[in-house]
Design a protein around this ligand. Structure first.
Ligand SMILES: NC(=O)c1ccc[n+]([C@@H]2O[C@H](COP(=O)([O-])OP(=O)(O)OC[C@H]3O[C@@H](n4cnc5c(N)ncnc54)[C@H](OP(=O)(O)O)[C@@H]3O)[C@@H](O)[C@H]2O)c1
Length: 300
């Protein structure tokens, strides 16, 4: 099997490539970074620049499935200009892939795209599943709705399309865990806002396996890519502190302070998402890390 990955040089992509190689899958990936081009050990990099509508279409050769991860990070201050980039990077990159495949001979059967649980409205008491209606009431909801709608354009090419709505990705290097680990190491780990908001997370290895399974089993539609256990934000920081043998005694950081510090982006830590992973478990998918304790013990 050969998979083409966009956004492969990021947090998820790096682990996904390693897991795929272990399964004997050959990898092509797309990058805007010319210094990463080349081929070695079953991995070949191809150049693209979605903003300029440029792509080396040799990337599609022999590919069975596309895993689409590309998009500007949301973990950077949401200025008006940067918000445009968060959205346009996802729309342009998706459209470029669709347009490049039109009228081109290829053997691609499936597309699996990253999406995000941020598409669901924040709620302290609702358990969200894939059937729930989504709207564009906040910036992040609007981004994900538009992104998923553009991904559905692959259906025009008669491909099987799935979208994984990803929760907070926990990894040993980078991502949210690395950011939260720093104050916690100094005994300064604190919850955000009330600390009661629900956090739906996933261990990066489980996420990589989910992407590979969705591609090889030709999943269709939307799937929540989150772990079985959902925890409150306060419990999350408490577990983190105990995993690295540090005390947890700080009072929660008040909402207004977080909003003052990071602006609108504060939604990422203040919103509450209790997400059901029932649809994924119904496929027979087996998680390696079902509880936060197991995940943190492995990663830290
Ligand atoms: N990490 C999470 O907690 C999380 C949660 C929910 C959803 N997701 C989604 O899952 C996907 C992968 O996440 P990640 O954490 O691995 O992201 P990441 O580390 O930020 O990497 C994203 C990759 O996308 C490419 N990229 C960045 N800006 C781009 C632009 N303007 N145009 C085209 N490509 C661009 C980059 O590849 P090159 O520089 O090589 O081109 C980069 O390596 C993202 O779409 C993200 O929104 C992540």
């Amino acid at each position: 099997m050969k998979i083409l990955i966009s956004g492969a040089t990021g947090l998820v992509g790096n682990v996904l490539i390693q897991e795929a190689l272990l399964k004997g899958i050959e990898i092509h990936f797309l990058t805007r970074n010319k210094s990463k081009l080349g081929s070695h050990d079953g991995v070949t990099a191809f150049y693209w620049n979605p903003r300029e509508n440029e792509i080396d279409t040799a990337c599609f050769k022999g590919v069975d499935s596309i895993i689409h991860l590309a998009g500007a990070t949301v973990s950077k201050r949401w200025t008006k200009k940067y918000k445009e980039e968060i959205l346009s990077s996802r729309i342009q990159s998706t459209s470029l892939l669709v347009e490049s495949l039109k009228n081109k001979e290829h053997q691609i059967k499936t597309v699996v795209s990253a999406s995000a649980i941020g598409v669901y409205p924040s709620s302290m008491d609702k358990i969200h599943n894939e059937e729930d209606p989504v709207k564009s009431d906040s910036f992040i909801e609007e981004v994900v709705v538009e992104w998923e709608r553009t991904v559905d354009r692959f259906l025009e090419l008669n491909l099987k399309v799935s979208k994984l709505r990803i929760g907070l990705v926990l990894a040993s290097n980078g991502g949210v865990l690395e950011t939260l680990k720093i104050p916690t190491q100094f005994g300064l780990g604190a919850a955000f806002g009330s600390g009661k908001q629900w956090q739906s997370w996933i261990h990066i290895s489980d996420l990589a396996h989910l992407f590979i399974t969705a591609a090889s089993d030709q999943w269709e539609g939307v799937y929540n890519a989150t772990a079985p256990e959902v925890v409150s934000q306060k419990k999350f920081i408490k577990h983190l502190a105990s995993s690295i043998n540090r005390p947890f005694f700080m009072p929660p950081l008040p909402k207004f302070l977080i909003k003052l510090l990071v602006g609108e982006m504060s939604a990422l830590v203040l919103n509450s998402h209790y997400i059901s992973n029932q649809k994924v478990t119904d496929t027979g998918f087996k998680y390696q890390f079902s509880t936060l304790k197991e995940a943190l013990e492995d990663l830290l």
